[in-house]
Design a binder for this molecule. Structure first.
Ligand code: ZN
Length: 173
């Protein structure tokens, strides 16, 4: 059975914890004896001393054996996991994390498909000068379409909001 696409897996935990999970819930667990409470406490205490705080979001704590924060990856998909631990401006009730999560949840419209008008023009070649002028105009319109409907404006706005969110997070409380 495969885990859901965006979630914490045993790969995000120390091997010892993964081993306890496998022994407790794997097919061999029932036969050979599951780990007891003391073993869990020992390994969870060991993990607690190996947690690090995410540089992007101080509500994120993760195993220091990982190269990057797994919670950031999950929340970048638009799922907000740490809503209760976000910083809220008590005078306005504003909290950046739910807002940023909703921003990330807005899908990009992507690039629009330019309508192809050149095929219609090819039948009009016999009209010489007028056809060439019309073709030049169509090429200009297609160029304008590609510039204005590329989806890059969306990405640029999202990058701008990401930078502002990071700036907001670094403000003193
Ligand atoms: Zn993080």
């Amino acid at each position: 059975m495969l885990p859901p696409p965006v979630c914490i897996t045993l790969a995000h935990l120390p091997q010892e914890i993964g081993g306890l999970f496998t022994r407790a819930f794997g097919p061999d667990g029932a036969g050979s004896g599951r780990p007891d409470g003391r073993q869990w406490i020992a390994e969870l205490d060991a993990l607690a001393s190996r947690l690090m705080i995410c540089s992007g979001n101080k509500a994120h704590l993760f195993f220091n054996g990982l190269s990057s924060c797994p919670w950031c990856l999950i929340e970048s998909s638009g799922v907000l996991l740490f809503v209760d631990y976000t910083i809220v401006d008590t005078s306005t009730g504003f909290s950046i994390e739910p807002v940023w999560s909703r921003i990330l949840g807005v899908p990009s419209p992507g690039a629009g498909n330019a309508p192809s008008l050149l095929t219609y023009l090819s039948v009009a070649k016999e009209f010489g000068q007028a056809a060439r002028a019309a073709e030049a105009r169509v090429r200009g319109l297609q160029h304008a379409w590609l510039c204005e409907a590329s989806g890059e404006e969306f990405n640029a706005k999202r990058d701008e909001l990401r930078a502002l969110t990071e700036e907001y997070r670094k403000l003193p409380e």
